[in-house]
Design a protein around this ligand. Structure first.
Ligand code: IMP
Length: 454
């Protein structure tokens, strides 16, 4: 029978409306995305993660109560709303169990959780390999990446290698899983044995043991598994609003970050399509989250780091304390620096951000002079044209600053821009002008209420 739908109509039927929003970090992570996602989830019908794994750490304060999430989308704190872990995420089932248990212990309704059956599983050998590789680099002449040791890189590497990977859906196919493990375990035992440091204890992976462990995971998570791509596409085509929650951040993006000091996934908005299984054109709004200063955890250059003088180091330590700049995932102290608008401008342009969320402005209260990096000089004093996403290049540039007068007042009670001191507004104006993107949110404290919506 001839089709009653013309090709033009059929195309219109599959064309996504651009009603989805993405929230991405514009620096090296820990910008405060969790808070913005939590706030924006109220205005969306579902929230989905598309990248990363338990290396991410989002802390959210709801009515004075602090929640730390790693794998589960921050949207889970809105009871019953779909909170999707997309196919682009790598899942450590032990972490996921712990996180779910912790939420249940605090009475959080997690019935909205949905997990992609195609998300990859972080297996015990991935964490072991992550650790061994870092040690190998540290013992040689290369700087280690400074990973979170959560097995992220080795798991994504297996995903690309294919033959030795395991996906969440495999956990509920015991015979298939068993066959795979029988082939993978001896290979992983041999590979890891060969890079185990002298005197170190090589681990032997037994298919039987792993199959039992994995079947326990399957029992626990089977009920959450779905083809989340189909689910999200269905929602988008039905005109529902989906919020995509980026983990890690743009400068840690495997393609567009400060390689090799990056993570292994597509953290920028470009990761939404492959990592969630939706048409990229579905995303019409991109909120770039930027901290009012810079932080970085792990290795790699950071041109504005506060380490050059004793006074800088003291100020860095003070900001670290006030901003609680210790890793949500690893507890590592974060490196602290002045706001780097060269890097932020690059990230904003790369993501096509439609609006900015400036976070932790309150932390800067009392800093007499606020330095903002507005340019770089390369070796020989040449001004750099812009930002090059390359770790080696970045280690050779020198930050150029403009100095602004700081503000001493407590800004945590401001709910409108007009309630901020003039100096704070001048700081925000500089950000907006340099990045060329309007500020939509200013955060002046950890609580949801401590937000200025512009
Ligand atoms: P991995 O993702 O554990 O492989 O770590 C690679 C690099 O990314 C390290 O420098 C980590 O500290 C950094 N990293 C990964 N995830 C985050 C994050 O969510 N916030 C900040 N840094 C991160």
């Amino acid at each position: 029978m001839p089709s009653t739908t013309s090709p033009r109509e059929a195309r219109a039927g599959t064309a996504p409306s651009a009603g989805a929003t993405a929230v991405v970090g514009l620096q090296w992570g820990d910008e405060g995305k969790g808070k913005i996602v939590h706030l924006m989830t109220e205005r969306h019908d579902a929230v989905a993660r598309y990248n990363g794994g338990a290396n991410a750490g989002h802390s959210i304060v709801v009515k004075g109560e602090r929640f730390a999430l790693h794998l589960i989308p921050s949207g889970i704190l809105h009871a019953g709303k779909p909170a999707v872990i997309g196919n682009g995420v790598v899942i450590d089932p032990d972490w996921l169990s712990k996180e779910l248990d912790a939420l249940h212990a605090r009475g959080v309704d997690t019935s909205g959780l949905v997990i992609s059956d195609r998300a990859h599983v972080v297996m015990p050998w991935h964490k072991a390999e992550d650790e061994l590789r870092e040690r190998w680099l540290a013992e040689g002449s290369l700087e280690p990446i400074g990973t979170t040791k959560r097995g992220i890189g080795p798991c994504y590497a297996d995903k690309a290698t294919r033959g030795t990977a395991i996906r969440m859906g495999d956990l509920v196919r015991p015979a298939y899983l068993r066959r795979r493990l029988e082939s993978i375990c001896p290979l992983k035992t041999a590979m890891l044995g060969s890079i185990t440091a002298k005197g170190g204890q090589a681990v032997r992976y037994e298919a039987e043991v792993l199959a039992e462990l994995a079947s326990g995971w399957g029992e626990r998570f089977g009920r959450y598994l779905r083809d989340t791509g189909a689910m999200l596409r269905g929602m988008i085509h039905a005109g529902k609003r989906v919020l995509f929650e980026g983990a890690n951040a743009t400068l840690l993006d495997v393609d567009h970050g400060t390689y090799p000091y990056v993570t292994s996934s597509s953290c920028a908005v470009h990761g939404v399509g492959p990592g969630a299984g939706v048409p990229p054109a579905a995303v019409g709004r991109v909120i770039g989250v930027v901290k009012a200063y810079s932080t970085r955890v792990g290795g790699g250059a950071m041109p504005t780091e506060l380490v050059r003088t004793e006074a800088e180091r003291e100020l860095g330590a003070e900001i670290r304390q006030r901003g609680r700049e210790f890793g949500t995932t690893t507890g590592r102290p974060r490196r602290v620096g002045w706001l780097d608008l060269v890097a932020v401008r690059y990230s904003a342009e790369l993501n096509g951000t439609t609006g900015l969320a400036v976070m932790l402005l309150d932390v800067l209260a009392g800093v007499e002079t606020l330095r903002v990096c507005v340019g770089y000089r390369e070796a020989g004093g040449r001004p750099a044209g812009g930002f090059t996403p390359d770790g080696e290049w970045l280690s050779g540039v020198e930050a150029q600053y403009v100095d602004l007068k700081g503000f001493s007042q407590d800004v945590s009670k401001a709910r409108r821009l007009s309630e901020l001191p003039g100096e704070a507004r001048a700081y925000l104006d500089l950000i907006e002008r340099s990045v060329g993107c309007p500020i939509e949110f200013v955060s002046v404290g950890p609580d949801r209420e401590q937000t200025i919506e512009v």
